[in-house]
Design a protein around this ligand. Structure first.
Ligand code: NAP
Length: 302
């Protein structure tokens, strides 16, 4: 039987509706809404389209949204001053600096300057530490891993005692999702293995996985014969493998493929995420959730 599809596009709608309802309730009771600022330095086209989607989503759920676009030659000092301004602004609960930054700016220095209690991306070392400790310490899990965990849970996949294999060990996906799945608590309690380019017999590890999370950025890396029958396969990879003309707009668009051979894998897996339409839509959704959480922490509701 073909695998059940876990669709980020559908789960996104459910979560955004939940957030919209909660924002309306808080507004009525406390007279405030979550405030999110996005700082964009320069006009990198991919960043511009990503930020545009963030703004649209923030408006949809009823947030106060500030789009702070800065010229590409903004100095590091001026960017740090801008972050300091938003750190002190009580109406702002989430600060997001769109990456990549121009080369003359030290990315690490900038991310570390964000108040950890407004770091809704979850990349500040304080939040990475909080995630590692787990439980009540966690404030803002990074958005893509948080989206992955949410998809697994909402699909009804058992995580407790499950063998989870994560392909990839990046700071934004592989390491945090591995850490989240091994924590004590609902949606976790898994036995976790992380594989990467130095791993021997990667196929053997993957074949053990009840939940296989692939975030390598290599199209078709995971072969169908590496998948345990009935496993839950989460394909995080987004690889541009060519271009086509969109039927909707008539414009050139990228052909996207994941890290898993989807057509063959769906005949073996129990659950699978497609690319596009799988993990992709979850990242901005979880950013909205983190921003709402930030306001709730401030109001003592979380
Ligand atoms: P990354 O920083 O490049 O890390 C890739 C990881 O995969 C590294 O740990 C690397 O191992 C491992 N890897 C690469 N090739 C491998 C191979 N042949 N065998 C085993 N391991 C291999 O990438 P990332 O930022 O984590 O992103 C991974 C993918 O997810 C990309 O396609 C990216 O576009 C996508 N992504 C999607 C979303 C979303 O949909 N919202 C968000 C983030 C990322 P080493 O450490 O040994 O080099």
């Amino acid at each position: 039987m073909p695998a059940k599809l876990i669709l980020g596009t559908e789960i996104r709608e459910q979560i955004l509706e939940e957030i919209t309802a909660e924002v309306a309730q808080i507004k009525e009771k406390h007279g405030v809404v979550p405030g999110l600022v996005t700082i964009l330095v320069g006009e990198n086209p991919a960043s511009v389209s990503y930020v545009t989607l963030k703004i649209k989503t923030a408006h949809r759920v009823g947030f106060k949204e500030i789009q702070d676009s800065q010229p590409v030659d903004l100095s590091e000092q001026d960017l740090l001053a801008l972050i300091d301004k938003y750190n002190k602004d009580d109406s702002i609960h989430g600060i997001l600096v769109q990456l990549p930054l121009p080369k003359h700016i030290d990315e690490k220095k900038v991310l570390n300057a964000i108040d950890p209690d407004k770091d809704v991306d979850g990349f500040h070392p304080v939040n990475v530490g909080r995630l590692m400790i787990g439980g009540d310490e966690v404030k803002f899990p990074p958005c893509t891993p948080a989206g992955i965990q949410e998809m697994i849970v909402r699909a009804g996949v058992e995580t407790s005692g499950a063998e989870v294999v994560v392909v990839g060990r990046s700071n934004i996906v592989g390491k945090p999702i591995a850490n989240m799945m091994l924590q004590k608590g609902p949606g976790a309690n898994s036995t976790v293995t992380v594989v990467h380019t130095r791993t021997k017999n990667m196929d053997e590890h993957c074949k053990r996985a009840d939940i296989l999370i692939v975030a390598a950025g290599v199209p078709g890396l995971v072969k169908p014969e590496w998948i345990k029958p009935g496993a839950c396969v989460i394909d995080v990879g987004v690889n541009r493998v060519g271009e086509k003309i969109s039927e909707k707009t008539g414009k050139k668009v990228a052909i996207l493929k994941g890290d898993v051979d989807f057509d063959a894998a769906k005949e073996i897996a129990g659950w699978i995420t497609p690319v596009p339409g799988g993990v992709g839509p979850m990242t901005i959704t979880m950013l909205m959730k983190n921003t709402l959480k930030s306001l709730k922490f401030k109001l003592g509701l979380e």
